[in-house]
Ligand binder design. Structure first.
Ligand SMILES: C=C(O[C@@H]1C=C(C(=O)O)C=C[C@H]1O)C(=O)O
Length: 499
């Protein structure tokens, strides 16, 4: 059950707190001994102005200590400040995330024209034409962008390398567990309705005029019916009961205590019924309205199924302006209206987020990408939740380097665990293949000069009248099973609040 909104002492997160834990001004329970004096990610987050747009070098910043056993295991990886050519930034506004020019079109739109917070009648018509004809489609709204875009594929989706020498523009979606992290299903942008108007694909370019009969015929397709997902052929999973999830968390903690793995991200599924008169376009629009920070999408194709997403997590953005990713970890769910600058984080969460940053640093180094800038971790808000986040940006890279980086990043330790291989094995043993595309990635590829891949979380699969909410969280040695379950309940609200 959701925590009642009037509750006084909300847990800071799913971590065991020592006796004597206090309640901070946000109503979040925290350990009595939260480190505030030591230089660490949370301290920097508190002393920086989160709204400053200007990057400035950070003097004297160092990373928080990590657990001695973890430090030993990863001793070969130097801290960011010691890496040659690595810049540790301070006080860059980390919301919104704008490493290159991804999303620039719709953000520009907001500045120059009246805000378009809703789906336009033109988009609704195009979407219902795609649904009526059974075409695969992807509808999305970038974070802080106010305009939706739509691509419709006129043929069946194909599996392609995302970063490739000859990138067909479209929308890609990859599952959590894949043989090659650079492989994803592509819905080609055969017909695209972007903030600037209709475009039609001719090979790898998009032009203003239809070039095929199918593109010409698109405008004449019937429209007007509500957007619904036909029941798909995937199994309809049962809800994961609290006791079962808590037992799973306890097994993960035992596995971590045995050694060999530091963090395992577990998840569960919560099925619900959609209203008989639902319209998925309305749900996507409502998600975009209530979650301006999020990448909101509605994607439907035979190999992926139909997914509604409102994710705060960038996996990899790339454009001629540069590339970027983020380390997002740690979750609190403070009372509505809480000033997030007042939130404090237990050392365990600071450590957990530092592990994700360490994983990303290693991925950049192993992919041979240099000139990376990194921000210290800062508190960011994602719907009813708060996370710790560091941003990583780098100069533009070639497709081979990007493919290499994507293979190393996906799935990140934020959604799989660390080290990756034993964490993944544990997840597959406990959850089977029920994740599907949850904690995979999705996003526009080669649209307006940009590929923007997001982690598919705060998401749900829709099949007929049923919606399956997927929610999870990172388990570390100090995790408390009951609070871990509560965290997943808080995470269901991102999508559930519009149902
Ligand atoms: C796994 C999820 O979220 C991830 C796990 C987090 C955590 O462990 O605190 C925080 C953000 C995400 O990277 C989810 O939302 O389902």
């Amino acid at each position: 059950m959701d925590r009642p909104s009037g509750a006084q002492a909300a847990p800071a997160g799913p971590y065991r707190t020592p006796a004597g834990g206090a309640t901070d001004p946000a109503g979040c329970r925290r350990p009595a001994t939260v480190r505030t004096a030591a230089p660490g990610a949370s301290d920097v987050a508190r002393t920086c102005d989160p709204h400053s747009q200007t990057p400035r070098p950070c003097s004297g910043h160092s990373y928080p200590d990590i657990k001695p056993d973890v430090a030993k295991r990863h001793a070969s990886r130097p801290p960011a400040a010691d890496l040659p050519g690595w810049r540790v930034m301070c006080c860059r506004s980390i919301t919104p995330f704008t490493p290159g020019r991804c999303g620039a079109t719709s953000r520009r739109h907001r500045a120059e024209e009246n805000p378009m917070t809703d789906l336009t009648p033109e988009l609704r018509a195009a979407l219902s034409r795609a649904v009526a004809a059974g075409y695969p489609f992807a509808l999305w709204r970038p974070p802080y962008g106010e305009a939706f875009s739509l691509v419709v594929g006129l043929d069946a989706p194909v599996e392609v390398p995302v970063f490739d020498a000859i990138p067909v523009p479209g929308f890609v979606m990859a599952p959590f567990d894949s043989v090659d992290g650079n492989l994803a299903w592509l819905i080609p942008a055969d017909v695209a309705l972007l903030p600037g108007g209709y475009l039609y694909r001719d090979g790898i370019t998009l032009g203003g005029q239809p070039v095929t009969d199918a593109q010409r015929a698109f405008a004449a397709l019937p429209q007007g019916a509500p957007v619904r997902a036909a029941p798909d052929a995937l199994p309809a999973p049962d809800a994961t009961p609290r006791a079962e999830y808590e037992a799973r968390v306890a097994r993960a903690v035992a596995e971590i205590e045995r050694g060999g793995v530091d963090k395992i991200v577990l998840s569960r599924i919560e099925p619900r019924d959609l209203a008989p008169d639902h319209d998925l376009a309305d749900l996507a629009e409502a998600l975009a309205r209530v979650h301006p920070h999020a990448f909101v999408s509605l994607v439907s194709s035979a190999p992926t199924g139909t997914w509604l997403t409102a994710t705060p997590e960038v996996l990899l953005e790339s454009s001629a302006g540069g590339l970027g990713t983020m380390a997002l970890a740690g979750t609190q769910w403070p009372e509505a209206g809480t000033d997030i600058a007042t939130l404090t984080w237990p050392q365990k969460i600071v450590d957990e987020q530092a592990l994700v940053s360490e994983f990303i640093r290693a991925a950049f180094i192993e992919a041979g990408i240099s000139g990376v800038s990194e921000t210290p971790a800062a508190t960011v808000q994602a719907a009813n939740l708060c996370h710790l986040r560091s941003d990583f940006t780098a100069p533009a890279a070639d497709p081979a380097q990007l493919a290499d980086l994507l293979r190393r990043l996906h799935p990140t330790s934020a959604v799989c665990g660390m080290p990756k291989a034993p964490a993944r094995d544990f997840i597959l043993a406990e959850e089977g293949t029920t994740r599907g595309f949850y904690t995979g990635y999705l996003g526009p590829r080669g649209i307006d000069g940009c590929t923007a891949l997001y982690v598919n979380l705060r998401s749900a699969r829709v099949s007929g009248g049923r919606i399956f909410l997927h929610v999870g969280g990172g388990i570390v040695a100090a995790s408390d099973p009951a609070l871990e379950y509560d965290e997943t309940v808080a995470k269901t609200r991102t999508i559930a609040m519009v149902l």
